[in-house]
Write a protein that binds this ligand. Structure first.
Ligand code: ADP
Length: 447
């Protein structure tokens, strides 16, 4: 087991990882920018190292500084959290070259899944169902027209290097195709430095369903069930739940088994998420994330298993603490991502939190790095906390969520809490009847 883990992240996820390390009796080091000197994870860590000024590229993305912080403090492993360097294959390789363990998969697996064309090809080879579309990158209009005609309109053009919901364009008919291909490719080049794009069938009313998987480091794969993350705004998840209200037990077992087998065949090690669109009873792979997800707590709530403990165990060579048959699903969980944003316009609202009071009681978990008097710096993403609620079934979970949202107080800044108070009272949400477009339509109506 590791003696000392360096946490290369900030905010709620840095605190989340720190808690797991403390429970396992592992010393913690955190790195931080000058803007985060007062952050909770810095206060609670055993050691902290300031690695640079506020901009991420000079601090949380500065590989040299992070490796230097490992050397200075004698950390033997790095947990990258999510975002920042968590899916950076070069970072994983550099740590390995310094004999520091990256708590995550190999650089090669990160590389395969970071290139969406390669990821899709790999998924197909492993027997995972994929969205019909081009086999690789599409460069000329003629080929694009042929493929689109074959799979049928509407189609979506996606950047191979894409992420965070950027670099996607929909073509409803052939008349839109030329411009969609051009703009997607130009945007991808500008945003990711790689203009390769591919085409796939645009699914009109899918749900976003993802499967939590783990490779144990000894060639075995398991799944921890699925999460439904269909409630999205601008392709960003807002509300997540486990299990999906749309799946039955047979579908759950079928897709879970396919994913667990694929992970074993790939020889993957650590946590991963295989993301699908789901429509008319069929699953279509869209991408795999090779890290811990923001929404992992809903899986922890229904399985009772600490996924960060498991990541640390696997990375240290100790394997998973559970076998597939030990993973049981119990009840229902929902997570609300609370952002420091205007709940209507979604413009960021940094500033000082004058009062912060979190709900409590049975089935309530709040993962947050903020506190009363904390000043949210304007440089980073606007997530200030996650409310995770567990109940014996979805109805109980929703009742508990409603009262937890009523108890939650964040003064001094605007937050998205009012949005969740609206959603929890909505009939479609109560019935679990929503697809990936539901939230945008709801917001456009301004209800
Ligand atoms: P990113 O890595 O940028 O998040 P994804 O491939 O995971 O990109 O897609 C993000 C979101 O975009 C999905 O959750 C879904 O809402 C939408 N999307 C992606 N591919 C399709 C598709 N073929 N049809 C319809 N919507 C899609």
């Amino acid at each position: 087991m590791f003696q000392k883990i360096l946490i290369a992240n900030r905010g709620e996820i840095a605190l989340r990882v720190l808690r797991a390390c403390k429970e396992l009796g592992i010393q913690t080091v955190v790195v931080h920018s000058t803007a985060d000197a007062d952050a909770m994870h810095v206060r609670l860590a055993d050691e902290s190292v300031c690695i640079g000024p506020p901009p991420s590229r000079d601090s949380y993305l500065n590989i040299h500084q992070i490796v230097a912080a490992c050397e200075i403090t004698g950390a033997d492993a790095v947990h990258p959290g999510y975002g920042f360097l968590s899916e950076n294959a070069k970072f994983a390789d550099i740590l390995a070259a310094h004999n520091i363990t990256f708590i995550g998969p190999s650089g090669d697996h990160i590389r395969i899944m970071g290139d969406k064309i390669e990821a899709k090809r790999t998924a197909k080879r492993l027997g995972i169902p994929v969205v019909p579309g081009s086999d690789g990158a599409v460069t000329d209009q003629k080929e694009a027209r042929r493929i689109a005609a074959e799979i049928g309109y509407p189609v979506i053009i996606k950047a191979s290097a894409g992420g965070g919901g950027r670099g996607m364009k929909v073509a409803l008919t052939e008349a839109d195709l030329e411009i969609a291909l051009q703009t997607a490719s130009t945007e991808a080049g500008a945003a990711f430095g790689d203009d390769a794009v591919y085409i796939e069938k645009y699914l009109e009313k899918p749900r976003h369903i993802e499967v939590q998987v783990f490779g144990d480091g000894f060639g075995r794969g398991v799944h921890f069930g699925e999460r439904d993350c269909s409630l999205q705004r601008r392709h960003q998840k807002v509300w997540e739940e486990a299990p999906s209200p749309a799946l039955n037990a047979e579908e759950r077992a079928r897709i879970g088994d396919i994913c667990a087998k694929a992970i074993a065949d790939l020889g993957y090690s650590g946590a991963g998420t295989i993301e699908f669109l789901y429509e008319n009873g069929e699953f279509y792979f869209i991408e795999m994330n090779t890290r811990l997800q923001v929404e992992h707590p809903v899986t922890e709530a229904i399985t009772g298993i600490d996924l960060v403990h498991e990541q640390i165990r696997v990375a240290s060579g100790g394997g998973l603490s559970v076998k597939q048959e030990d993973i049981k699903f119990n009840g229902h969980a929902i997570e609300c991502r609370i952002n420091a944003e205007d709940p209507r316009t979604f413009t960021p609202s940094p500033g000082t939190i004058t009062h912060f009071h979190t709900p409590g009681g049975l089935g309530i978990r709040v993962d947050s790095g903020v506190y009363s008097g904390y000043k949210i710096p304007p440089y980073y993403d606007s997530l200030i906390g996650k409310l995770i609620v567990h109940g014996r079934n979805r109805v109980e979970c929703m009742m508990r969520l409603r009262r937890a949202l009523d108890e939650f107080v964040v003064d001094g800044i605007k937050t998205t809490l009012p949005l969740f108070r609206d959603l929890v009272g909505n009939a479609d949400i109560a019935n679990g009847e929503y697809d990936i477009h539901w939230l945008e339509k709801y917001l456009a109506k301004g209800e």
